[in-house]
Design a protein around this ligand. Structure first.
Ligand SMILES: Nc1nc2[nH]c(O)nc2c(=O)[nH]1
Length: 445
């Protein structure tokens, strides 16, 4: 068993590890105190004196395919409902080759931003793309990044009172059968799992009540997590009032989703009492500050949710509403948006948003094996240097990552393996990927 010492980092986001971290067999096996040395022999030493070492960042909400429709003229400057109705017909043209490139590109971008685990919410399965989640699993394995692949779904089209057109919805029985197939094939419940499946009917205005209820039953039966968009806009509130006669959170409870298996994307339009209910039931919320700003959706009440006991993680959201897949940048946005929301500089700190992007996100995904630099946890780490001009003069190295605006990790380790080295993704030809993806995206103009 090879023991690697990441020696004497410039800074590390963990108590008692100023002397570095020892990695063996894909795990963190020792934290070295300041000025100390590992307790036993090591086989390799990495001099981390130029590096700020963070737990690998965890992205809890994305739509990888949307990298094909970034800054799209049909959708720019629109709020969620008109944004979606403009994009649905374009997304209906998704094909396997373009989709594969979108996944590879999004995962590579995430890795370069210090992300070691990514949750994707894929809810479009046009003819020919039935194996979208299989493609995602394959690409993630190739890049060596950990994933939670949320089998998304839509079965409520416009003709039945929903928002999406017929061209992008599926039959409920097909959705459930495919969900069961994917769980059987990919859902690894073990410690250190590289691939997990979650079930993810898309939103109250695109999924039927029975799909929500049957997905919850399936998730219970197979011990996997549930994910959906909720509390994103006032339009969604109005839809729920008009369709179900209640607010979105009451609807969530009604369909059997109010529990610790569930994490929600956005979670903006919750009252203080609703935050308490979410906390009491340990429902997780993925904060998507960048997308929430771009779509003018509102502020997520992160502090109220956390105070109530709800896990709060961080997500970049899909690349048509961010439009980047950069998680360390999203942490900076979480700080800025949070301080504006609370009109307080103390309400959210740099360390708070980094914790949200690591241990908060891990809790949303139901994982106790990642998200912290701690003995026994997986060796998932993001190492940043402060060499760029933007950091010159910075004093607190950890706060500097957020306040000076880090955008790119120098090294990223997943399960003890380097997946980014000297700012380059291992095994990816970036120029070729950029060219091929750009060409594919051109077909969605
Ligand atoms: N930000 C987003 N919100 C959504 N709601 C929904 O039903 N789909 C989406 C989406 O793609 N992005």
């Amino acid at each position: 068993m090879t023991r690697l010492w990441l020696k004497q980092p410039l800074a590390v986001l963990a108590d008692g590890a100023a002397g570095g971290v020892v990695i063996a067999d894909g795990r963190i096996v020792e934290l070295v105190p300041s000025g100390g040395a590992p307790s036993g022999p090591v086989d390799a030493v990495f001099d981390a004196s130029r590096h700020v070492v963070l737990p690998g960042l965890i992205n809890t909400h994305h739509h990888f395919y949307q990298t094909l429709t970034r800054a799209h003229p049909a959708a720019i400057d629109k709020e969620l409902f008109p944004w979606l109705t403009s994009l649905y017909p374009i997304w209906a043209r998704l094909d396997p080759e373009s989709f594969r490139l979108s996944v590879r590109l999004a995962l590579t971008e995430l890795l370069l931003s210090g992300c070691t685990t990514a949750a994707d919410h894929h809810y479009l399965f046009p003819d020919g793309l039935e194996s979208a989640i299989d493609i995602e699993a394959d690409e993630a394995a190739g890049l060596g990044i950990r994933v939670t692949l949320s089998r998304g779904s839509m079965d409520l089209s416009k003709k039945d009172g929903g928002l999406p057109p017929d061209s992008v919805v599926q039959d409920k029985d097909d959705i459930l059968a495919d969900s069961e197939r994917l769980i059987g094939r990919y859902h690894d419940r073990s410690d250190g799992a590289m691939t997990q499946i979650a079930l993810a009917p898309c939103s109250p205005f695109s999924a039927t009540k029975s799909l929500m209820m049957e997905s919850a039953a399936l998730a219970d039966a197979h011990d996997c997590r549930l994910h959906t968009h909720l509390g994103e806009t006032e339009d969604e509130n109005a839809f729920c009032e008009a369709t179900f006669g209640c607010r979105p959170l009451d609807y969530l409870e009604d369909v059997g989703w109010l529990g610790p298996r569930t994490w929600l994307a956005h979670g903006i339009h919750f009252t203080t009492e609703e935050c308490r209910r979410l906390g009491a039931h340990k429902v997780g919320v993925c904060h998507c500050p960048t997308s929430n700003a771009v779509l003018a959706s509102g502020f997520c009440p992160v502090n109220e949710l956390q105070a109530a006991g709800a896990p709060v993680g961080l997500g970049v959201d899909g690349s048509a509403s961010n439009d980047a897949s950069n998680l360390i940048e999203a942490a900076r946005h979480a700080l800025m948006v949070g301080r504006l929301n609370y009109r307080s500089a103390e309400a959210i700190t740099a360390r708070d948003v980094l914790a949200m992007a690591s241990e908060g996100s891990a809790a949303c995904l139901g994982r106790a094996d990642i998200g912290r630099i701690e003995v026994g946890r997986q060796a998932d780490l993001a190492l940043f240097t402060l060499d760029e001009l933007r950091f010159s003069g910075a004093h607190d190295p950890i706060a500097a990552l957020v306040l000076c605006g880090a955008t790119r990790a120098d090294r990223v380790m997943v399960k003890g393996e380097w997946r980014v080295l000297d700012g380059q993704p291992v095994g990816v030809d970036l120029a070729r990927l950029r060219a091929e993806h750009g060409l594919a995206a051109g077909r969605f103009g």
